[in-house]
Design a protein around this ligand. Structure first.
Ligand SMILES: [Zn+2]
Length: 320
């Protein structure tokens, strides 16, 4: 009798244990299955938008075509694609190499910032007549910009270079002597020209690093882009050009800039190289409009030498 009772107890325990295991297993297992499917569905839903986005990408390009603006370079990357570049492209920052080349800009130079913000760039200065006025307007609207300066003028007006840097704007190399043919000269000549310009800028603002080059006249060659990169500089072209250097009048400059600027555009303007009152007047008109519409910012500031406890660390290859 005792043996039979013992067996029953063991059986009852076994059945209970098995049933328990089955029920628990079922409870855990079941919700797991449907839970996985919504995840996958959600993931595939999340995956799907980029496809239409990517296919929608070219449309803005196409629609940018019909109007024939004499004064505008087509923006290579519409807003959507500029946004996707943000993830891929590391910004210049301490110890980082130059921005990646653009597949669409001349010789790999960049037409866009690679992010949503719009970059106003001022070439051919500094000029004691106009640079201070441009700085004043930018300050008034709390806008940071990028100044592509000529080496000779940087040497002649170091105070203006310091004023540009002091206001938090980014400095860019525009060759020593505004040499439009620089791109076809020897590597040695190009290197000397760009280095001399950087030295003039660095002499005005000790510790500043120049991370951008803009070829005068936009006359890019692969060689000049290569040398700029070797010297740690990204080559900056532009997406919007109101041709303010030709003095079409403040109204035209302002109209072209406000009409053709899109997210991520690099806008070409001039604060030197001739009479630039039209540009200053245009800036006064379009700056509030543009600042309300876009985030206007300087390209990321120069490559600072990374320092630890007063010791300079080695730079990445290609940076000097
Ligand atoms: Zn120029």
């Amino acid at each position: 009798m005792d043996a039979v009772r013992g067996w029953r107890a063991v059986l009852a325990l076994l059945v209970t244990a098995l049933l328990g295991a089955y029920v628990i297993g079922h409870m855990i297992g079941r919700p797991g299955v449907p839970a996985e499917n919504p995840d996958r569905a959600a993931a595939s839903r999340a995956d799907s938008p980029p496809a239409p986005d990517a296919s929608a990408g070219p449309t803005p390009d196409a629609s940018a075509g019909p109007v024939e603006p004499p004064v505008r370079e087509a923006v290579a990357n519409p807003a959507g694609r500029a946004g996707s570049e943000v993830v891929q492209q590391p910004f210049i920052a301490p110890g980082r190499p130059p921005l990646p080349r653009s597949p669409t800009g001349p010789s790999g130079s960049r037409r866009t910032t690679g992010a949503g913000y719009v970059a106003l760039t001022f070439d051919d200065g500094p000029d004691p007549r106009y640079t201070p006025r441009v700085l004043e307007l930018l300050r008034e609207h709390e806008v940071k910009a990028t100044f592509c300066v000529v080496g000779q003028l940087a040497e002649a007006y170091p105070d203006l270079i310091r004023a540009i840097a002091a206001d938090g704007h980014t400095l860019c190399n525009h060759s020593w002597d505004h040499d439009i043919g620089l791109g076809s000269r020897s590597v040695r000549e190009i290197r000397q020209n760009l280095t001399r310009t950087n030295q003039a800028i660095e002499a005005a603002v000790p510790g500043v690093r120049v991370s951008y080059y803009r070829q005068p006249g936009g006359a890019w060659t692969d060689r000049v882009v290569d040398v700029a990169e070797e010297l740690g500089m990204s080559s900056l072209h532009w997406a919007v050009d109101p041709q303010d250097w030709a003095r079409p009048g403040a109204d035209v400059i302002a109209a072209v800039v406000t009409e053709w600027t899109t997210d991520g555009a690099i806008v070409l303007l001039h604060d030197g190289g001739g009479e630039r009152q039209g540009t200053v007047n245009a800036l006064r008109d379009f700056l509030p409009v543009l600042a309300a519409r876009y985030h206007l910012d300087a390209l990321p500031p120069g490559i600072e030498l990374p320092r630890r406890h007063g010791v300079e660390l080695p730079l990445n290859p290609g940076q000097v």
